[in-house]
Design a protein around this ligand. Structure first.
Ligand code: NAI
Ligand code: MG
Length: 359
């Protein structure tokens, strides 16, 4: 038996993820799903985002499936920072893998790129602040045992967020990335020309590449964004700091066919969490029109990660097959809604497993 925690969350996450788990259970009955109601609905009812108890329990799972979080009637950031960013930090999920693959019939581009995004630091450490009502900074932030003291007076309103890279974390991140990358077409991106800390990022990249016997090339994030649009076929693996990784991966979603096709995995040394790149899409939630493929691909990344490689492969091949057979999601101009796409992928997967004598 394999125990998996599920956080459906909000909007289309809540709509899609339980259906995807039912599909997985029908494909492999050894999977057990344990649901956690971490959602905007619960926050509105109880004021709770994620409890300490939930964090402790979630740490006990090898893998977690996450839908999406965020609701238009809650101030932006409350759920996103207190749930997603908190889970990444508390569960020590330091590597974010975001594959961007184009499918025939969905995109004219031929893209098969994976972004390896640093998932804890850069501009996401939440070391932030502003001048107080006396226009003074009086704040000490800490990261690990290091105090960062910001101090001074200003005639203007000032807000800040510090970008931070720490050696231990960036080293383990590159080590993990190089262990996961099987090709030798690796681009490391940053803005070392404008932002000093990325020279440190580069130094560690080179050091770890030599250690792990990998060839890397560097490309500034702005030039890379341009080249990814002009000639995406040139790239296979991209290693990016947190913020650029986030932006570049949404951009790649756009040129591979849409957010509905983009999965991701947040990888740590003990627990990992898999989720579609898209958010809760409140504009289309509850209408059976969202594309579930990103969530299904995230689930198959999870199966791969926990060693159920055959099931993962079958699901991926079934997705290719149904799209080739013109079972096209509404998102891409087809006529198939959420439930219909899940059903077709489930049926095709079970058929293929039966043919292989799996059951
Ligand atoms: P979004 O990804 O939810 O939606 C952006 C656009 O893409 C919308 O027009 C939506 O209808 C469409 N879309 C997204 N997924 C789709 C799918 N599977 N099928 C068809 N169309 C799809 O981003 P948005 O609108 O900026 O954010 C909505 C909420 O989600 C916000 O509260 C935001 O903070 C949150 N969010 C949460 C994330 C997470 O839980 N990991 C990630 C991104 C945003
Ligand atoms: Mg994003």
């Amino acid at each position: 038996m394999v125990d998996i925690a599920v956080i459906p969350g909000d909007g289309i996450g809540k709509e899609i993820m339980p259906e995807v788990c039912n599909m997985l259970k029908n494909i492999d009955s050894s999977l057990n799903f344990y649901y956690y109601d971490i959602s905007s609905e619960r926050y509105k009812r109880t004021g709770k985002t994620v409890t300490d108890n939930e964090i402790t329990e979630l740490k006990g799972y090898k893998s977690i499936l996450f839908g999406a979080i965020g609701s238009p009637d809650i101030k932006p950031g409350i759920m996103e920072r207190n749930v997603i960013l908190k889970l990444r930090r508390e569960l020590d999920l330091y590597m974010n893998i975001r594959p961007a693959k184009s499918f025939n019939k969905i995109s004219k581009n031929n893209i098969n790129i994976t972004i390896f995004r640093e998932n804890m630091e850069d501009f996401y450490t939440e070391i932030s602040g502003k001048v107080n009502e006396n226009r003074e900074f009086k704040k000490i932030n800490s990261i690990y045992n290091y105090n960062i003291k910001i101090d001074g007076k200003s005639s203007d309103n000032i807000y800040y967020n510090l970008g931070i890279l720490t050696e231990k974390n960036i080293k383990r991140f590159f080590k993990k990335a190089f262990s996961l990358i099987k090709n030798n077409n690796i681009t490391v991106t940053d803005k070392a020309n404008a932002i000093e800390m990325y020279n440190f990022w580069r130094k560690i990249a080179v050091e770890m590449a030599i250690k792990e016997n990998k060839n890397i090339k560097f490309e500034y994030a702005d030039a890379l964004a341009y080249n990814l649009i002009i000639d995406p076929g040139k790239y296979e693996s991209i290693i990016a700091p947190n913020l650029y990784g986030d932006i570049l991966s949404d951009m790649l979603s756009g040129i591979t066919g849409g957010l509905g096709y983009s999965p991701s995995g947040n990888i740590g040394d003990s627990t990992s969490m898999f989720e579609p790149v898209h958010g809760s899409a409140p504009d289309i939630a509850g209408k059976n029109i969202a594309n579930p493929v990103a969530s299904i691909l995230s689930a198959s990344m999870m199966l791969d990660y926990i060693g159920l490689n055959r099931e993962a492969n079958i699901i991926n091949t079934s997705i290719d097959y149904i799209l080739d057979k013109n079972i096209i999601p509404l998102e891409s101009g087809g006529v198939y809604g959420t439930a219909a796409i899940i059903n077709h992928i489930e049926k095709e997967s079970i058929c293929r497993l039966e043919r292989q004598g799996y059951y």
